[in-house]
Design a protein around this ligand. Structure first.
Ligand SMILES: [Zn+2]
Length: 108
C-alpha cells in the first residue's frame, strides 16, 4: 500500500494535467489516501509508544556484572533493572526514562 502511494499521486496528477480526468475526480481519492496514511501513521506511533507490549521471554540481569538503572527526568525516580524484557526503556511521568549502565567494580 505504501509503495503505491506516490506512484498513484503522480499518475493522478499526470492524468489531471493532461486533461483526461477532471481534477476533482483525482483530488478526492488522493485526499482520502492522504488522510488514511496519516491515520495509519498516527496509530502506528501509538502502538510503538506506551501501549507497546513486548513479545518474547524476559532475561534476568546478572547484578554482579551489570547494573542498569533507569532515571526519570520528570520526578527523579530511579529504577534498578532486575529482569530485561525488552531493549526499550520504560516510561515514567509520560516520558521515556534515561538508561544508565554502571560497570561492576572488581573486588580484590
Ligand atoms: Zn517520573
Amino acid at each position: 500500500m505504501y509503495r503505491l502511494f506516490w506512484p498513484a499521486v503522480a499518475c493522478g496528477l499526470l492524468l489531471s494535467a493532461l486533461g483526461i480526468v477532471p481534477l476533482p475526480y483525482i483530488g478526492a481519492p488522493l485526499l482520502g489516501l492522504l488522510i488514511y496514511r496519516a491515520g495509519v501513521a498516527t496509530l502506528g506511533s501509538l502502538r510503538r509508544g506506551a501501549s507497546f507490549v513486548p513479545t518474547g521471554t524476559p532475561h534476568p540481569v546478572d547484578a554482579r556484572t551489570e547494573r542498569t538503572v533507569y532515571w526519570c527526568s520528570g520526578c527523579g525516580a530511579e529504577l534498578l533493572l532486575l529482569v530485561r524484557g525488552t531493549e526499550t526503556p520504560p516510561r515514567h511521568c509520560g516520558e521515556r526514562m534515561t538508561e544508565r549502565h554502571e560497570v561492576a567494580r572488581e573486588l580484590s
